[in-house]
Design a protein around this ligand. Structure first.
Ligand code: ATP
Ligand code: MG
Length: 436
């Protein structure tokens, strides 16, 4: 390894000591016999001061440094109130490791907010920006925390296929692929496989996976390729057991993010509240009532809350100190695998988690009775022959079970308070973007 420490590790402990750093030349300022170069790495920045009077040869070499060149510098650390971090490096050696062409595709040294499309076109460059980088450092820490919760609780980490014969939830949103001689589809959810693993006796599973949705959307919360966190657990009493898991794991994740990603949150200018109280669980009907009575808003689709509805509902509860709420009992006709509440033909044991005014996850108790499941599939005109491998799993002992799927990208968008979900994805895919 090249000898170096992260710029953020250059602290008062190093005053008077010799250190090496390596990184990109973020900014170069020329003041006659004095040249300041700000070296940036993923953890921060440090100033290197080249003085003609101190070392003429090195000073001459420094004149060749261009913006975003990668340099390796060794020198003595000195305290100063003139530099970021209150210290600078007085160099004794300089190596230019890699040159950056000019002009740069975008200027990242100033706080110029390029539009999102330019940023995404030049994503590798955009990702060098400390603020953009912070999103993905935060994301990494959030997912580590999330998985930690499930590992601690005895869940099994699974991987399910991304190519399948049919989709769990219907044809229109599926991307077709050519699979040898036949047509297949990219997975839109691991739903069927999670359930089959309940029949396999896995009891509790989670998956950090990918899902594809071929929707023609143009919103700030939809993409075509999604990172999904999926959970399924067996031997539940009802959907409240599933909500308990979703609630506790999210609370833990937020807590860990606040603790372990405080630098990232600062950079993103986000103050993250961790909801300590129980997340309110309100019925779908109550949600519509609140929207109508308090905001005069009536979502058109009788079986759903629309974007505006979710946003208003989010505001309504956030004002009361609840950034996260469950809306429970969506009308049941949508998915055949969801369970109905006994004696209630329309409500189902389905729930959505709304976090900061946006749907983060959908879940519920599943149907585990084969006869009922088949009846529902028929009622919904689902071609059962495509699902025989799935239905087989219900014939030989299937415990009551439930679970949910959480959009990881949306969760990061909401935690980091980003306007657009694509900012939370390294290389996002949407109907208009297949590169980079
Ligand atoms: P929406 O109604 O917001 O389009 P959905 O109800 O169709 O979402 P689900 O099938 O319930 O989505 O998927 C579970 C979770 O996956 C959602 O709650 C969301 O967080 C995420 N998700 C679904 N579709 C997308 C998408 N196109 N882009 C980003 N995230 C998505
Ligand atoms: Mg949903």
């Amino acid at each position: 390894m090249i000898d170096r420490k992260y710029t953020a590790e250059v602290t008062s402990d190093d005053d008077g000591e010799t250190v090496s750093v390596a990184g990109w030349a973020h900014e170069i300022r020329d003041l006659g016999g004095l040249t300041f170069v700000i070296v940036r790495d993923r953890e921060g920045q440090v100033q290197v001061t080249f003085k003609e009077d101190d070392n003429e040869e090195l000073f001459e070499k420094a004149q060749e440094i261009g913006k975003e060149d990668i340099i390796h510098v060794t020198g003595e650390v000195e305290e100063t109130d003139q530099a970021p971090g209150d210290r600078e490096i007085k160099p004794t050696s300089l190596e230019v490791i890699s040159n950056a062409s000019s002009p740069l595709p975008m200027d990242i040294s100033k706080n110029i907010d390029s539009d999102l499309s330019t940023r995404l076109d030049n994503r590798f460059m955009d990702l060098r920006q400390p603020k953009t980088h912070a999103i993905f450092s935060l994301r990494s820490k959030a997912m580590q925390a999330m998985e930690e919760w499930f590992e601690e609780d005895g869940y099994i980490n699974i991987d399910t296929p991304l190519i399948s014969k049919g989709g769990a939830e219907g044809g229109a949103e599926l991307f077709p692929v050519i699979y040898y001689e036949e047509e297949a589809f990219l997975s839109q959810s691991p739903q069927l496989y999670k359930q089959m693993l309940m029949a396999a006796g896995f009891d509790k599973v989670y998956e950090t996976g990918t899902a594809f949705r071929a929707e023609e959307f143009a919103t700030s919360r939809h993409v075509s390729e999604i990172s999904m966190f999926d959970v399924e657990l067996a031997f539940i009493e009802d959907h409240h057991d599933v909500m308990d898991v979703q609630e506790e794991s999210l609370r833990y994740t937020l807590k860990q993010v606040r603790k372990k990603a405080s630098r990232e949150l600062d950079l993103l200018d986000v103050e993250l509240d961790v909801p300590e109280e129980d997340f309110p669980r309100i019925t779908f009907d109550r949600a519509r009532e609140i929207l109508k009575e308090e905001y005069g808003h009536v979502p058109e689709d009788l079986g759903d809350l629309d974007t505006k509805g979710e946003k208003l509902l989010g505001e309504h509860f956030e004002e009361k100190g609840h950034p996260a709420i469950f809306v429970v009992g969506y009308p049941g006709e949508k998915f055949y695998y969801m369970q109905e509440v006994e004696g209630d033909e329309v409500a189902s044991r389905k729930f959505d988690l709304i976090y900061k005014g946006q749907e983060l996850s959908s879940g519920g108790q599943r149907q585990h009775d084969l006869d009922t499941l088949e009846e529902w599939m028929e009622r919904q005109d689902v071609d059962k022959s495509n699902f025989s491998f799935y239905l087989e799993a219900f014939k030989f002992g299937m415990p009551p079970h439930g679970g949910y799927g959480l959009g990881i990208d949306r969760m990061i968008q909401k935690i980091a308070e980003l306007d657009n979900i694509k900012e939370a994805i390294l290389f996002p895919r949407d109907p208009d973007r297949l590169t980079p």
